[in-house]
Design a protein around this ligand. Structure first.
Ligand code: PLP
Length: 416
């Protein structure tokens, strides 16, 4: 189980009080109280986040960075305060190392495009793992095809853990980049990123960490980790959709060409030639997603007020309870049994198709995800069509785990 924390949540972590901050958690689905266990796909939003965006539109809607007028300056201040909030949240060294993007997927594509152009040539190698989300596979395949580079893959074992001896064998002086997920969205595995990064650095390779499923569950310190790139999505971190983050060390970001051309990313444009703006603006062409950035800033403030260590400790207990309770169901089989695991539980019940279970749970008001979770290679490795995935957040409760177990028993009874 997850061993990333051994501390208990502080006494003032009150899950029932926290739930009041999330209007959607008070709603019903098919006449039943909503049990939302699809947090890996997207997390629900607290009022503080929703209100921050309403306040922006009601009180200071304006474009940023371009106006001398009051509204523009107010919007710019809020926008840049959010950037500083992100920096502090992941402990980046510099605020200009925080690039706002549309999400994890776009962040990875920026690195594949711009790092690829600057650093990857024919015969070079890029390493990913067999447990990546499609967002951390396809951009590298595209890059390798374009540059004549070679994609290598770290395999996984039957528990859904990386086989690190194979990683050691793959690393060599042709390795330019290692791109891997911090926490698997399908298996829940927490990868030992610190060791993986340290080893890559020995051969001079950069490392991109896909933090889409870790940032909301554990403290992240990109300097301690020594990640060269760390990417995540706002919407999985209780913020709005359409906003994400690319953290990159400035030594790399400065050496990489821009991803898109347009307003904001320029220093000077003549009809013959353009010089580019400094970081972070070099990678932020066009009007940004201002309300999304403000909402993300509010989400981080909200999490900070609760404390990410409290969240990690509470979820540790909750997920341990869920594993224990789900294990009592006859014929239930977990896909992914890593020693280090957070938040995500994927499973199958006998030979019942995951989709059928998902439909019955939905009728009971329980939202889970079924299918391949954008990880088709994992499904191939385990020779399964998909899984049922319950993914937890700090507003979920043991009573909701009990509801899931009762729902699964009912589904089994109906479908067996
Ligand atoms: N990487 C992982 C591990 C994910 O879980 C996801 C989304 O589920 C992504 C990447 C893609 O995130 P987004 O769709 O927000 O860009």
């Amino acid at each position: 189980m997850n061993t990333n924390t051994n501390i208990a949540p502080t006494a003032n972590f009150d899950v029932e009080k926290i739930r009041e901050d999330f209007p959607i958690l008070q709603t019903t689905v098919h006449g039943r109280p909503l049990v939302y266990l699809d947090n890996g796909a997207t997390a629900q939003k607290p009022l503080a986040v929703i209100n921050s965006m309403v306040e922006y539109y009601k009180g200071y809607n304006s474009n940023v960075h371009r106006g001398v007028h009051y509204l523009s300056q107010k919007a710019t201040d809020a926008h840049e305060a959010a950037r500083e909030g992100v920096r502090a949240f992941i402990n980046a060294e510099h605020t200009h190392e925080i690039i706002f993007t549309r999400g994890t997927t776009e962040s990875i594509n920026i690195v594949a495009h711009s790092f690829g152009k600057a650093f990857v040539n024919a015969g070079d190698e890029i390493i990913i793992t067999a447990m990546e989300h499609h967002s951390n596979i396809v951009p590298w395949q595209m890059l390798c095809e374009e540059r004549g580079a070679i994609l290598r893959v770290i395999p996984i074992n039957a528990n859904g853990e990386l086989i690190l001896e194979e990683y050691d064998k793959l690393l060599n002086e042709r390795t330019k980049l290692v791109a891997l997920v911090h926490v698997s969205n399908t298996l829940g595995t927490v990868n030992p990123v610190n060791d993986i990064i340290a080893k890559a650095h020995v051969v001079g390779a950069a490392v991109l960490i896909d933090g889409a499923q870790s940032i909301q569950h554990m403290a992240v310190d990109v300097q301690a980790m020594d990640a060269d790139f760390f990417v995540f999505s706002g919407h999985k971190l209780f913020g709005p959709t359409g906003i994400g983050v690319l953290y990159g060390k400035d030594k790399y970001l400065n050496a990489m060409p821009p991803y898109q051309g347009g307003g904001s990313m320029i220093k000077q444009v003549t009809l013959e030639k353009t010089t580019y703006n400094e970081l972070p603006f070099k990678f932020e062409a066009g009007t940004p997603h201002v309300e999304g950035i403000i909402g993300l800033g509010a989400a981080i403030d909200y999490i900070n007020a609760i404390g990410i260590d409290n969240i990690a400790a509470y979820e540790h207990e909750l997920v341990a309870y869920a594993v224990e309770q789900l294990s009592t169901i006859e014929g239930l089989r977990f896909i992914g049994n890593a020693k280090e695991r957070v938040s995500v539980l994927s499973f199958l019940a006998g030979d019942i198709h995951p989709y059928d279970i998902g439909v019955i749970l939905d009728k009971l008001g329980i939202a889970v995800r079924t299918g391949h979770h954008c990880c088709q290679p994992i499904m191939d490795i385990f020779s399964i069509p998909g899984t049922v995935r319950a993914s937890f957040a700090f507003y979920n409760t043991k009573a909701e785990v009990d509801a899931l177990v009762a729902g699964l028993l009912k589904a089994k009874q109906m479908l067996s």
